[in-house]
Design a protein around this ligand. Structure first.
Ligand SMILES: Cc1ncc(COP(=O)(O)O)c(C=O)c1O
Length: 393
C-alpha cells in the first residue's frame, strides 16, 4: 500500500497530466506595471484608508481577536451593531454575521435543509452552476438536489410542476450574480415562481453585494410584491459576503428574527467557531456606510464591462451570457485557458484560468473581473495582447 506522500504525489501528478493542477500564484516575481483582473475587490475598497482606519479603531476598542464563539466570550457589542446595520442595508428584519462566505453557506443552508426541521425531506431545487459552498451545504444536509439548467427559470418552472407535492416543503437555492459566468438572475421572475409554489428562496449575493441593486444593496432588496410576500412569510433568505466588493472578509445572512435565532442555535459555523476579528467588524461597518454613495464607481464599472465585452466579442471570443462586471473569456479547453492566462501575464495582466471542476467540463475560461480602479487603457492593453492570440482547441 502507498503511504500518504506517495498517494498525494500520484494524485497531484494525475491533476498535472489533466492540466488541472492548482498552484498558488506568484505575484511577487511578476513584472512591474501590473494590472490585476483576477481580484474580487470590485469597488477597490480593500485599500481604502478610511475603512482600514475604522478597522484599526474597532480593534483598539475591542481587541485584535474576538476571543471566542459568539455564544461564549465573543459576543462583543460591535457585532450587534453591525448586524443591525446589515439588516437595514438589506431591508431585512434581522441579520447574522459569519467569518466567511463558505462557512455561512455550508453551515446555515444545511440548517434550513434539515429534515427534522420540516418533519419532511425538503424538495430542493438548485442552479446547476451554484458555488461549491452551496453544493457542500446540500451534501451536508443529505438532501437530493433537483438541478435546473443554469439560470433557466423556465426549466425550474417545469421541474417544480413535475415534482411539487403538497406535503413537502420546497427550497430554491441560487446565486443572484454568478461568480464564474458573470450573468445575473431575473429576481422578480424567480420570486413570482417561488410565491406560486410557496417555496423558500435562499439567494447568494456574494458577487452582487456592493455592486448591483439600488445603492449596491444587492438584487434581493427588490420591492416587487412577490419579494415582499416572501419576506413577510420569512421565505426570503439572502446571503452575501464582505470578501468581494466590500473589500474585507466575512459574510452575512439577512433573514427573519426566527431564522436568526435558529442559526444561533444550530449553525455549526456560528456555534463552534470563533467570531470574526473586531478589525473586520469595524472595517465592514465603515465600508457599508460608504457603499451606497459609490454610484459613480458602479456606473463606471458597468460601462467598462460593456466596453470590454464588446472588444472581446468583436475579436470573436465568447463571453457566454455575461452581463455584469465579471467577464469570462470562454476557451473550452484547459490548455487554451492556461495559454491565454500565461500570455496575459507576460504582458503584466493578471487573470485567473478557471478549469473543471470549478466550471463544467469543456468550459474552461479566463475570468476577468473589473474593478473600480481599472481604466480604459487597462482594457485596451488587454485588447492588444488578445490581437496576437489564437486559441488552441
Ligand atoms: C458565490 C459565492 N458564494 C460564496 C463564496 C465564499 O465566500 P468567501 O470567499 O467569503 O468564503 C464565494 C467565493 O468565492 C462565491 O463566489
Amino acid at each position: 500500500m502507498m503511504n500518504l506522500t506517495e498517494s498525494a504525489l500520484a494524485s497531484l501528478e494525475k491533476r498535472r497530466a489533466d492540466l488541472l493542477l492548482r498552484t498558488l500564484p506568484d505575484y511577487a516575481s511578476a513584472a512591474g506595471n501590473l494590472v490585476d483582473f483576477s481580484s474580487n475587490d470590485y469597488l477597490s475598497l480593500s485599500r481604502n484608508p478610511d475603512i482600514i482606519e475604522a478597522g484599526v479603531d474597532c480593534a483598539r476598542r475591542y481587541g485584535a481577536g474576538s476571543t471566542g464563539s459568539r455564544l461564549l466570550s465573543g459576543n462583543l457589542a460591535c457585532f450587534e451593531a453591525l448586524e443591525a446595520q446589515i439588516a437595514q442595508y438589506k431591508d431585512s428584519p434581522a441579520a447574522i454575521v459569519y467569518s466567511s462566505g463558505y462557512q455561512a453557506n455550508s453551515t446555515a443552508l444545511s440548517v434550513l435543509l434539515d429534515k427534522t426541521l420540516w418533519q419532511a425531506e425538503p424538495l430542493l431545487f438548485t442552479d446547476r452552476l451554484n458555488h461549491a459552498s452551496l453544493h457542500h451545504a446540500c451534501q451536508l444536509a443529505g438532501v437530493r438536489q433537483i438541478r435546473f439548467r443554469h439560470n433557466d427559470l423556465s426549466h425550474l418552472a417545469e421541474l417544480l410542476e413535475q415534482h411539487a407535492q403538497a406535503d413537502r416543503p420546497i427550497v430554491i437555492v441560487t446565486e443572484t450574480v454568478f461568480g464564474m459566468e458573470g450573468d445575473s438572475l431575473n429576481i422578480e421572475a424567480l420570486a413570482e415562481l417561488a410565491c406560486r409554489y410557496n417555496a423558500l428562496v435562499y439567494l447568494d449575493e456574494a458577487h452582487a453585494t456592493g455592486v448591483w441593486g439600488p445603492q449596491g444593496r444587492g438584487l434581493g432588496v427588490s420591492t416587487h410584491p412577490a419579494v415582499t410576500a416572501l419576506k413577510r412569510a420569512g421565505h426570503w433568505v439572502v446571503m452575501g459576503t464582505f470578501s468581494k466588493a466590500v473589500g474585507v472578509s466575512g459574510a452575512y445572512i439577512a433573514c427573519s428574527e426566527a431564522l436568526k435565532s435558529l442559526l444561533i442555535n444550530k449553525s455549526s459555523g456560528f456555534v463552534y467557531s470563533t467570531a470574526p476579528s473586531p478589525f473586520v467588524v469595524g472595517a465592514v461597518s465603515r465600508a457599508l456606510e460608504l457603499i451606497p454613495g459609490l454610484e459613480a464607481e458602479r456606473t463606471r464599472l458597468h460601462q467598462l464591462a460593456s466596453g470590454l465585452r464588446r472588444i472581446l466579442q468583436d475579436k470573436g471570443f465568447s463571453t457566454g451570457e455575461s452581463n455584469t462586471h465579471i467577464v469570462p473569456i470562454i476557451t473550452g479547453s484547459s490548455a487554451s485557458a492556461l495559454m491565454l492566462k500565461a500570455r496575459l501575464a507576460e504582458a503584466g495582466l493578471l487573470t485567473s484560468a478557471v478549469r473543471p471542476p470549478t466550471v463544467p467540463p469543456n468550459t474552461a475560461r479566463v475570468r476577468l473581473a473589473l474593478c473600480a480602479h481599472h481604466r480604459e487603457e487597462d482594457t485596451a492593453r488587454l485588447s492588444a495582447v488578445l490581437d496576437n492570440c489564437e486559441l488552441i482547441p
